[in-house]
Design a protein around this ligand. Structure first.
Ligand SMILES: Nc1ncnc2c1ncn2[C@@H]1O[C@H](COP(=O)(O)OP(=O)(O)OP(=O)(O)O)[C@@H](O)[C@H]1O
Length: 333
């Protein structure tokens, strides 16, 4: 079966006045219909760049190499017209803080209807109203909310509207990029439950991006962890905590926010240095300098990304010393 999403050796470089930034450096992953994949990592690790590449939303000047396929379509060779059709109909995205991008002077119903009317212009007004009511129901909002303005809704309700909008054209792949980060803990849990239930009911492929490993492990079948533009670990979502082998994943698992100091939010615990954001070929060694389990070899060799028991993959040279046996041969990354 062709995966819904297949990314092969993706590399994305941003051009900036301070020089090139290799934001993604050889990411490969795939996602089947009806499955959910989480992407974890600190700020600057390249998570959103992967999401942008799936919908070709990165700046035009960015350099992109590798292959991205959505529903079997090679995203980077689509014409602009085909790309427009692919967005919303094959894949849709809900961004962090997207709820604040709702137009304050248009009703919720008008805004949910917009992608339907643009992408399916043959839809009658009546059919569109029915679809809006159905979408509101799917995200747990009463049909009357179609007549509400954004300021009349809570943050959680606005995020539900954004999810309804993303689902308007029946995409098969839904990407949620930090979609619950700005919400309080209780509402966050409700939205996560909603996303998980929708993914199951509609048999979506769900890609969830978050710096919060707990959030991802509660929703996703599989979690990959990014550091410095690379995937450094992959594990089944529900077991990512107890089975984390890479010291960076373990540090991320211990991350918690400090009240009153937003800059400290979700800083991985037990690492010595600043996170790697502007990355280069030495990023693995930079991580080694931060790592509590480092030994001499880590400072010299580039770690292999290898497969271990129970569907785990990790890019830590010392994984075997740290408690697991390799079961299959090395895989390219
Ligand atoms: N449009 C851009 N132009 C230049 N550099 C960019 C651009 N977007 C991202 N970057 C840089 O690319 C790197 C990866 O950024 P990205 O946003 O993908 O990381 P992230 O893990 O999603 O972080 P966050 O959680 O903060 O969004 C960072 O160094 C970032 O500063």
């Amino acid at each position: 079966m062709t995966p819904l999403l297949r990314i092969e050796d993706l590399r994305v470089t941003y051009r900036s006045s301070r020089g090139d930034i290799d934001a993604v450096r050889g990411v490969s992953l795939s996602l089947d219909q009806g499955r959910s994949l989480g992407i974890a990592g600190e700020s600057g690790s390249g998570k959103s760049t992967v999401a942008s590449a799936v919908l070709r939303l990165h700046p035009r000047k960015a350099g992109v190499e590798g292959r991205v396929e959505v529903c079997g379509k090679d995203v980077n060779s689509l014409t602009w017209g085909a790309l427009r059709r692919m967005r919303w109909s094959d894949a849709a995205i809900v961004f962090q803080g997207a709820m604040n991008s709702l137009n304050p002077v248009r009703t919720v119903g008008e805004q949910i209807a917009e992608p339907i009317l643009v992408h399916r212009p043959e839809t009658t007004r009546r059919a569109c109203d029915l679809r809006v009511a159905e979408l509101l129901d799917m995200v747990g909002l009463a049909a009357e909310h179609a007549h509400s303005y954004p300021h009349q809704l809570s943050g959680g309700q606005k995020q539900r509207v954004m999810i309804a909008m993303a689902l308007a054209c029946d995409p098969k792949l839904l990407i949620a990029d930090e979609a619950t980060t700005a919400l309080d803990v209780k509402v966050q849990a409700q939205i996560l439950r909603l996303l998980r239930n929708l993914a199951v009911e509609l048999e979506l492929g769900l890609m969830m991006i978050s710096h919060d490993l707990a959030v991802l492990s509660s929703v996703c079948d599989e979690v990959v962890v990014m550091h410095g533009g690379r995937i450094i670990e992959q594990a089944p979502g529900p077991r990512v905590f107890e089975q984390a082998r890479h010291p960076y994943t373990r540090a991320l698992a211990g991350a918690f926010p400090t009240i009153g100091d937003p800059a400290s939010r979700y800083r991985p615990q037990g690492l010595a240095d600043d996170p790697v954001t502007v990355v280069d070929d030495a990023a693995e060694r930079e991580f080694a300098a931060q790592c509590a389990s480092v030994d001499g070899e880590c400072l010299v060799h580039k770690p292999e990304f290898a497969r271990y028991a129970h569907g785990r993959k990790t890019g830590c040279l010392r994984a075997e010393d740290l408690g697991i046996a390799r079961t299959e041969s090395t895989v390219a990354r």
